[in-house]
Design a protein around this ligand. Sequence first.
Ligand code: ADP
Ligand code: MG
Length: 160
Amino acid sequence: MFTCMTNSPEETVHLAELVGQKIREGTVLCLEGDLGAGKTLFVQSLARTLGVEGEVTSPTFNLMNVYEGICRIYHFDLYRLETEAELDDIGFYEYTEEPEGIVVIEWPDKFPESLPEDYVKVCIQRTGVTEEGRRLTFSCVGERNQEFIKELESFVHTSH
Ligand code: ADP
Ligand code: MG
C-alpha cells in the first residue's frame, strides 16, 4: 500500500498518467471516493495515456463505457446501480473475472460482494486542508497485483 497527495486536478491527472504508463492488460482498477473526489478525472487521464482519443465520461446512466486505446478499456460506474442482478445483465462478471484489456470501476464499494478476487484499489479522499487537496491510496486485493503495486510505488515516487 502507498499514498500520494495531490494539490490540484492537474496533479491528479499527472499521477493517473504515471499509472497509465505502468498498468498491465488484464488489470481491474477500482476507484473509491465520494462524489467529486476525482474518480472520473483519474479515468480520463488514464484512458488518454492509453491512447483513447474520443470522449471519456462517467457511465453513470449506462453503467459501462468501452474505449479503444492501445487496448480496450471497460469503464463501469456502479453509482446508480440498484440490484446485483443488473450487474449480471450487463455482463459485469465476464468483464471482470478474466479481464482482457483494462477494467476500471467507479463506486466499487456499492457492490463489494461482486468484485473480482484480484484488483488494484485506489481510494481518493479530500484532505480537507485545501479545496483541491486529495489523498490517493493505492493498494491491492488478492495476490495478483502485489508486484505491480510495488513497481508502481517506486515509479510514482521517482516521477511525482
Ligand atoms: P468523481 O468521478 O469522483 O465524482 P470527478 O472526477 O467527476 O469526480 O470530478 C472531480 C472534480 O474535482 C473535478 O471538477 C476536478 O476539477 C475537481 N478537483 C479539484 N481538486 C482535485 C484534485 N486534487 N484531484 C482531482 N480532482 C480535483
Ligand atoms: Mg465519476
